[in-house]
Design a binder for this molecule. Structure first.
Ligand code: PHB
Ligand code: FE
Length: 326
């Protein structure tokens, strides 16, 4: 019989990073890895992948359903509380009873995660940026990058670009066209307002606007109408988390191409590979988890239904996990 070694040596190496704990979980980082210690085991995640996942889990308030950092570690949003787990959604760990899960107050866990992100993110590393557009997170503690991890979503009063509202993105505001979107036309719609309505009628080129986004894998431009959340994103490299939604969500591939790994939501067993090309539309069922790969920067529209009754209705089987029957 073997015992699980839970003592790690990083703490004594004075790399300058703080150690964090939440319930019976302990988190430490060294030059290359986040170390997660929990009753019965330990788990390592490469620090670049870990910080990118942590950034999204924090920024999205634990998102909808499950945020898997990898095949073992993640969080499940219970809306008010959050479950943090190792192995819970991994068939081998779960069936061998080697999983561990603990429930936290969402606000309290988010605070720990935020402090960890602040302390563990070195100067020059931006967890929201594409790998080719940022420095590396490795090595001993060196400075911080508060600006990158404290991005605030800006809310337009009526519409971006209208007089008195948020300014339209431009070179002048420092929001330049991304190096991979130089093929996106920057022309503006022609607007002919009736006299007297010049300050009321407005339009902009959404593709041009999104081509100036400096973050990846983040619902960047969002329109919310009641429970409809329509989010345009810019995607490059890998979605840092594997998302297991607790409802159906829709994808519209607006430009270029994303390849998706679709696995079973509970066990992680592979279910499908989906290649989405510009113009393709797909519904992600409520019982899968998915991770996207975007070889070239692309635009994706994610459509979420914010109705808070849905998780329970899907979990109870009242609603089918897919939206249409053909
Ligand atoms: C998703 O999990 O569905 C998701 C999240 C963020 C993105 C794209 C897709 O940028
Ligand atoms: Fe998703």
């Amino acid at each position: 019989m073997s015992t699980v070694q839970t003592k790690i040596e990083t703490a004594s190496r004075s790399l300058g990073y703080r150690k964090f704990s939440a319930g019976q979980f302990t988190f430490e980082r060294d030059e290359y890895f986040a170390h997660i210690l929990y009753p019965g085991g330990r788990h390592l995640i490469p620090i670049d992948a870990y910080l990118r996942s942590l950034m999204r889990d924090v920024a999205w308030g634990f998102f909808y359903g499950t945020v898997n950092f990898d095949t073992l570690f993640g969080t499940i949003n219970r809306y008010g509380t959050v479950d943090m787990f190792v192995g819970l959604l991994n068939e081998a760990y779960y069936s061998a009873n080697r999983h561990y899960v603990e429930t936290f107050n969402s606000r309290q866990l988010r605070k720990v995660f935020m402090e960890m992100l602040e302390d563990w993110t070195n100067q020059g590393f931006d967890p929201f940026a594409a790998p080719d557009e940022t420095g590396v997170p490795f090595g001993p503690k060196q400075g911080s990058n508060s600006k990158a991890i404290h991005r605030e979503r800006m809310v337009a009063k009526r519409m971006v670009g209208l007089p008195g509202d948020l300014p339209y993105r431009s070179d002048a505001t420092g929001e330049t066209v991304n190096r991979q979107f130089t093929d996106v036309p920057q022309d503006k719609p022609e607007v002919y307002a009736e006299p007297g309505f010049e300050n009321e009628v407005h339009a902009f080129n959404m593709f041009a606007y999104v081509s100036r986004s400096d973050v990846t894998w983040n619902p960047s431009v969002v329109s919310c109408v009641r429970d409809s959340q329509f989010c345009c994103t810019t995607e490059e490299h890998i979605l840092p988390i594997t998302h297991g939604n607790d409802r159906v969500e829709w994808f519209i591939q607006a430009t270029d191409e994303i390849i998706w790994d679709i696995d079973d939501g509970k066990t992680g067993r592979p279910r499908a590979k989906v290649i989405m090309k510009a113009g393709d539309v797909a519904a992600m069922p409520a019982d899968v988890r998915h991770r996207g790969y975007s070889p070239k920067r692309s635009m994706l529209i994610v459509w979420e239904n914010n109705d808070g009754t849905l998780p329970q209705r899907y979990a109870a089987g009242e609603l089918k996990p897919y939206p249409v029957e053909f």
